[in-house]
Design a protein around this ligand. Sequence first.
Ligand SMILES: C[S@@+](CC[C@H](N)C(=O)[O-])C[C@H]1O[C@@H](n2cnc3c(N)ncnc32)[C@H](O)[C@@H]1O
Length: 287
Amino acid sequence: METLRPLQSDQERYAESFLVYWNLSRNVEAFQNWINSYFPEKIMKEIKVEKEKELMVLGVGSGPGQTECLVLKELLKQWPKIRDTVVEPDLSYINKYQDLASKKTELIDGVSFEWRQQTLQQFRQETQDQPLKKYHFIMLFHVLYFFEIEDIADIIQYLKSILQDGGMILTLIECDDDCVAQTTEKFPQFKKNPSTQDVEKALAKLQIQFVKHRITLSLDGTSCFVGETKQGELLMNFLTQTAFFKETASNSLYSDVIKHLRSIVLSESEDGKSLLRCDCDAIVITK
Ligand SMILES: C[S@@+](CC[C@H](N)C(=O)[O-])C[C@H]1O[C@@H](n2cnc3c(N)ncnc32)[C@H](O)[C@@H]1O
């Protein structure tokens, strides 16, 4: 069997591949609608914090900030003053987030940021002598993949301990049958990410109540099938969670993966795009 390098072990490659994946799956109407309508109407209203207060927000694994900025924009409609602590270990992502935040000043004016280039574990250690510092809204978007399944319960319990009464933890995580999960499940060579089921099990163990909302999304996977492009290569890295997949996989594994991806194409859109299921779950915990 070939030696494949998990994508998470190569941060630069991860960042590039994630960006391609994000643009092909989140720059779509369905996601924008979810953020602009579903989130404020069904989720945000469950945050029980007076409008006059400064909303204390914690972003964990914020990445380059595109998703969080969209959410902040909605939160600002309810709470005109927000203090956002961003915990992100990758400096290049922090730089991108700062860049985005400065360009969107008119949209997220009212948010003051505290940037912390560190992991959640480091943040936890550094702030353990500040037990009174708590947050109203904690965002944990697609970050649990970087933790061991057996640590999820501890992370959630910790985050709940720093949540204010009336506050909310919002976790976004890939659902058990999205295209990444279907691919990493099928081929034992690939690293399998924790998914919704793992979070649900951890919450059941902790006896924490939660509400789950499905976000139905599709990903334009066309570039995987149409010859050699940089975009196609990076997307294949993300779908297989493998760095340099094209360069390191055997020809037979590569063609088996392509065959598998073709078999899970949802539909060809009118403009000829091959769409793959990319649903994720929003898990909401309130206090
Ligand atoms: C898939 S990206 C998600 C980015 C962003 N939240 C989004 O949904 O667009 C995962 C992020 O988690 C960060 N990360 C990895 N390990 C982490 C840790 N131990 N603590 C906090 N963040 C971490 C990565 O650097 C990366 O920015």
